[in-house]
Structures are given as C-alpha cells and as structure tokens.
Design a protein around this ligand. Structure first.
Ligand SMILES: Cc1cc2nc3c(=O)[nH]c(=O)nc-3n(C[C@H](O)[C@H](O)[C@H](O)COP(=O)(O)OP(=O)(O)OC[C@H]3O[C@@H](n4cnc5c(N)ncnc54)[C@H](O)[C@@H]3O)c2cc1C
Length: 311
C-alpha cells in the first residue's frame, strides 16, 4: 500500500512518481516519493525528512544496474540533479558530482590530458552508482584512482577514503540511506591523443562484443568464483546452457551476449525475473554453479528462494 497519503511534503518532493523511465531496462512501478535535490543542503534536508518520517530511502543513479519492483517502491527515491552534475579540476585531482555520467567524465578528463578514468567510457552509470557498485572494466581498479568520497546521510556530510569502503567484486559497504554526493579522483598526466586512442579501442571492443541500443541493465549475473565454472564467465555459462535468445514474456537473454537481459518492449520486472530464474536454473543443472545476480533492486522484488540480491 502507498505511504504517500496525508503527508506534508517538503519543497521538491513529489508523490507517486513512475520510476521505469529512470532505469535503462525500463520496467517497474512508482515510488511513493521522489526527490531530485540539486545541492548538498537540499539533499541533507530531504534525507532528514525521510528519517523523521520513517521512510526507506533508495538512490537512483543512471538506473543502469537497477530493477524496480512492479509494485513500485514504498519509500523515498532520490535522484541527484543540479550541482551534482559538476566536473571540476584542481591540478591532477578531478572532482565529480555524484550524478556525473562516467562516459562524460572519461571524455572530459581525456581532453584535459588526465588518465585514469578511461574504464568509464562504456559504463553508462554515474560516479555515485560506480562507487556504490565498485564498477569497473578492462581489469582496472576503481579504488586505485579514488582520492576521497563524500557521503551524505541524514546527519550531514562525511568524507572517507577508498580504504574505508570495503570494496569487493561489484560491491562496497555503502548502505541504502547513504548517498555518494561527490568523488575526488587522483589522475595521472598523459597526452590527450594517447588517452583518446585508448578510449576508441575500448569503444570498438564493446561494439564487437556487446549489444547496443537495447533496454538492459548490463551484466545480469556476477562472474562466478566457483571452481566448477572452470574459468568461464557468467555469460559463457549461460551461453553453453542454451540461454542465448531464451525469452519469457517481454524479456529475453540477448542474442549477442547471453549475460544481458533485454526488455523487448513491454517487459515487466516479473518477466525479467522469470527469464533470470530460467537461466540460473539451466546453469545450475548443467554445471552445478549457482549464479548470483549483479543487478540491484528497488522495492519488494520476489526472488526465487536462496538468491542473494543487493539493495
Ligand atoms: C550496457 C551496459 C554496460 C555496462 N557495463 C558495465 C561495466 O563494464 N562494468 C561495470 O562495473 N558495470 C557495467 N554496467 C552496470 C552499471 O552501469 C554499473 O553498475 C554502474 O556503476 C551503475 O551506476 P548507476 O548510476 O546507473 O547506478 P544505478 O543502477 O542507478 O544504481 C545501482 C546501485 O547503486 C546505488 N546508487 C546509485 N547512485 C548512488 C549514489 N549517488 N549514492 C549511493 N548509492 C547510489 C543504487 O541505489 C543501487 O543500489 C553496465 C550497464 C549497462 C546497461
């Protein structure tokens, strides 16, 4: 049941907002409340309001690794805006607001002749979402380039170092009611041409190996550490288990990359979960490996028993 009735809403907080359009897979229902704060002061204020009202908080970056429940989210969804899109430079330290998209940051820092953020060129997430998820690509480590991270919660602003965040494979210790509002990166000087060349190679490699222009949240399952997987990635296991193109309702595993689930147009989150379940079952039967979802959820998504999914 919605918790939005009869409350006095602070400025900038809207009730009953659809969330599908804030995610790259475009599924799911409405949030009871949505705030899009543009300054740190507004952010801390709205977090304080949510705490006082006993509301659960859920952050949305680019929604590129996010699955919203079909029944929506009974709490306050926050999407950073305004000042949180700033990119600033002080020598070799580059500061990104939590809402800055990684491909923009990679292009901007390349133009400045600063290397270190190239990995972000093909990751359609924000700086905040990347830190929360410990996003990466091409074998690099996010922690190696982070100087410090600004976190906001209902009590105010805190600054932490990468060593405080317990980074592990696609995870950190950042909780659902903590907001990554700014990230400072320490980069290294290099020639803009050399960096741009690396970016072009990375883009070309992606074009060859991954689908583009589809509604997806990227990698569905984490690559397993289970020795039974025998060095195979989640995508290879799904592929060998016959999941490429497997469709349920409006969702299917991509024909191009078996670890990408695609919304064919009218998919619901339930369809996405059904296709994920079918793929996970096939991999378990074929190889005895239990795949773990990489995608995060907002709202009460009903997962099959025994699944560990982040929020
Ligand atoms: C085509 C495609 C390719 C991808 N390739 C890669 C890849 O190569 N490597 C990789 O690691 N990932 C990849 N991803 C996944 C995704 O882009 C990353 O996980 C990204 O870091 C998610 O950022 P986001 O801003 O979209 O976060 P969201 O998807 O919006 O959210 C993800 C999680 O982070 C939390 N969150 C978001 N913003 C904040 C914030 N400011 N403060 C605190 N918590 C926050 C959310 O609440 C949620 O729990 C890919 C996705 C797609 C669609």
């Amino acid at each position: 049941m919605s918790s939005s009735g009869n409350r006095h809403l602070p400025a900038g907080v809207e009730a009953n907002r659809p969330l599908a359009r804030f995610t790259t897979v475009r599924t799911g229902g409405t949030a009871d409340f949505l705030a899009q704060p543009g300054t740190t002061a507004d952010l801390v204020e709205v977090l304080g309001w949510a705490k006082a009202e006993g509301l659960v908080v859920g952050l949305i970056g680019s929604g590129s690794n996010l699955l919203v429940a079909d029944d929506g989210f009974r709490g306050l969804a926050i999407k950073l805006d305004g000042d949180f899109s700033m990119i600033e430079r002080d020598g070799e330290v580059v500061s990104l607001g939590g809402a800055v998209r990684l491909p923009s940051a990679a292009a901007k820092t390349a133009a400045w002749g600063l290397a270190g953020l190239e990995f972000g060129v093909n990751i359609p997430g924000t700086a905040g979402g990347a830190v929360r998820m410990n996003a990466n690509a091409y074998g690099g480590k996010l922690a190696d380039v982070i100087d410090s991270v600004e976190l906001c919660d209902a009590d105010g602003i805190h600054r932490v170092g990468p060593e405080d965040l317990d980074f592990a494979y696609r995870s950190s210790n950042i909780g659902p009611d903590q907001v990554v509002s700014r990230v400072d990166f320490r980069l290294s000087p290099d020639s803009p041409e050399a960096i741009r060349e690396r970016l072009a190679e990375m883009r070309a490699w992606r074009r060859e190996t991954q689908p583009s222009g589809i509604k997806t949240f990227g990698s569905t399952f984490k690559n397993p550490e289970d020795p039974k997987a025998g060095e195979r990635s989640a995508g290879q296991l799904l592929d060998e288990a016959g999941c490429r193109g497997l469709r349920i309702g409006g969702a299917r595993f991509s024909e191009v990359h078996a670890n990408f689930v695609e919304n064919m147009g009218e998919a619901t989150t339930a369809d996405v979960i059904a296709v994920m379940s079918a793929g996970r079952e096939r991999v378990a039967e074929e190889f005895g490996v239990a795949l773990e979802p990489e995608v995060q959820v907002l709202g009460e998504v009903v997962w099959p028993e025994g699944w560990e999914v982040g929020r």
